[in-house]
Design a protein around this ligand. Structure first.
Ligand SMILES: *Cc1c(COP(=O)(O)O)cnc(C)c1O
Length: 328
C-alpha cells in the first residue's frame, strides 16, 4: 500500500460502494455515470473528511494530544466529522466556527456537533486563522494538549486519506466488482484541496490514467491548482513516493462558483432535485450539489462521449441539507 509508512486509525467503513446511475445516465444521454459513495463512510453521517481523519487522529494520538481543534463554516461537514472522530478516540473537540452563533433551534451539522459533545467557539469578526490560533493557545494555557487540524483537514497528513482512497478504487476495479476496469474521468467537488491532492498523488503513483477533474466550489482555478500541486508534493514526500506534480497537472474547473461559497443558486437546486428524483440519492447544498451541477452542464455541452465512463465521487455533506431548507 502507498500509505504503509504512516500511522492510521480505522474509522471509516471501507471500501465505500460504487453505484451505477442508470436513470440519470439515460436521461442525460451522455456517458455512463457511476458514483463513489464516500457519503457512506460510516462516521456520524459520513463524508470525505472521515478518510482524512483516519490519518489526522492517528497523528494527534502519536503527538500525545488530548484535544483536537479545527475550524470551518457554521455548517462545516469537516468539523462535524472531526467531532465524531474525536469522540470515538476519547479526545475533546474544540470547533472554531465562522461568525456569530445562529439563533436556536440549531439544525444540520451544528446540531450534530453539539450532540457529539464538541465545544463550539464562534469567531465573530476575527480572521479565521487568528481565531484558530487563539483557540489553540487558550487550550494550551488551560493545561490541555491540543492538536491543530487545518481547515478541511487539508495538509499532507489528511490528504493521505485520498491517496489510500484511489488505491481502494483501483483494487475495486481490478477485482471485477464492476463490469468495467477503468474510468475515463473522476469528477468531484474541490475546495481546501486535500481530496484532489490525495487523488492526484495516488493516481500518478499507481499509473492511473483517468482524468481527475475537480469542480471548484470557492476558488479560482489558478489558485486552487497551485494549492493542490503544493499539497500533493508535500503528501508524496511524507509517504516517500517518487511523484512530483505541478499546477499544470491539476485540472480544476472554476466555471461553477455561482454566488460564492455556500450560496445555493438555481444550478445547485436543479442538480440536487434531479439526482434525488431520478436515483433516490441525496447530494449536499454546498459541495456535491455544485459539483454535480457542473458535471451536468459539462455533459449537456458534450464534454464526455456516450461510450465513456465517468465516476462522480460523492464527498458527503447531506447532514447540512436541513441547514439550508430556506434556500432549497
Ligand atoms: C470538505 C468537503 C469537500 C471538499 O474537499 P476538499 O478536500 O476540502 O477539497 C467536498 N465535499 C464535501 C461534502 C465536503 O465536506
Amino acid at each position: 500500500m502507498l500509505t504503509d509508512r504512516v500511522h492510521r486509525v480505522r474509522i471509516a467503513h471501507l471500501p465505500t460502494p460504487i453505484d451505477y446511475l442508470p436513470r440519470l445516465s439515460a436521461l442525460l444521454g451522455g456517458p455512463r455515470l457511476y458514483i463513489k459513495r464516500d457519503d457512506q463512510t460510516g462516521l456520524a453521517t459520513g463524508g470525505n473528511k472521515t478518510r482524512k481523519l483516519e490519518f489526522l487522529i492517528a497523528d494527534a494520538l502519536g503527538h500525545g494530544a488530548d484535544t483536537v481543534i479545527t475550524g470551518g463554516a457554521p455548517q462545516s461537514n469537516h468539523c462535524r466529522q472531526t467531532a465524531a472522530a474525536a469522540a470515538r478516540h476519547g479526545l475533546r473537540a474544540v470547533l472554531v466556527l465562522k461568525g456569530e452563533a445562529p439563533k436556536p433551534p440549531h439544525v444540520g451539522n451544528i446540531l450534530l456537533d453539539e450532540l457529539l459533545g464538541a465545544e463550539l467557539r464562534w469567531s465573530g469578526d476575527m480572521p479565521r486563522d487568528e481565531a484558530l490560533q487563539a483557540a489553540f493557545e487558550a487550550e494550551q494555557q488551560s493545561g490541555h494538549k491540543p492538536y491543530l487540524i487545518p481547515y478541511g483537514g487539508s495538509n499532507e497528513v489528511g490528504a493521505t486519506g485520498y491517496v489510500a482512497a484511489i488505491e481502494e478504487l483501483q483494487s475495486q476495479l481490478r477485482s471485477g466488482y464492476l463490469p468495467i476496469c477503468h474510468f475515463d474521468a473522476i469528477v468531484f467537488a474541490s475546495s481546501s484541496g486535500g481530496t484532489q491532492a490525495g487523488l492526484s498523488v495516488g493516481a500518478k503513483a499507481l499509473g492511473i490514467q483517468s482524468r481527475i477533474l475537480g469542480i471548484s466550489v470557492d476558488k479560482h482555478a489558478d489558485v486552487l491548482s497551485e494549492l493542490v500541486a503544493d499539497l500533493a508534493n508535500r503528501t508524496a514526500e511524507r509517504l516517500g513516493l517518487n511523484v512530483r506534480l505541478s499546477a499544470g497537472d491539476i485540472e480544476v474547473n472554476d466555471n461553477y462558483l455561482g454566488g460564492g461559497y455556500a450560496v445555493v443558486g438555481a444550478p445547485e437546486r436543479e442538480a440536487i432535485r434531479l439526482v434525488a428524483q431520478t436515483e433516490g440519492l441525496l447530494l449536499d447544498p454546498v459541495y456535491t450539489g455544485r459539483a454535480m451541477a457542473g458535471l451536468l452542464d459539462l455533459i449537456r455541452k458534450g464534454e464526455f462521449s456516450k461510450g465513456q465512463h465517468v465516476l462522480f465521487w460523492h464527498t458527503g455533506g447531506t447532514a447540512a441539507l436541513s441547514g439550508f431548507s430556506e434556500v432549497l
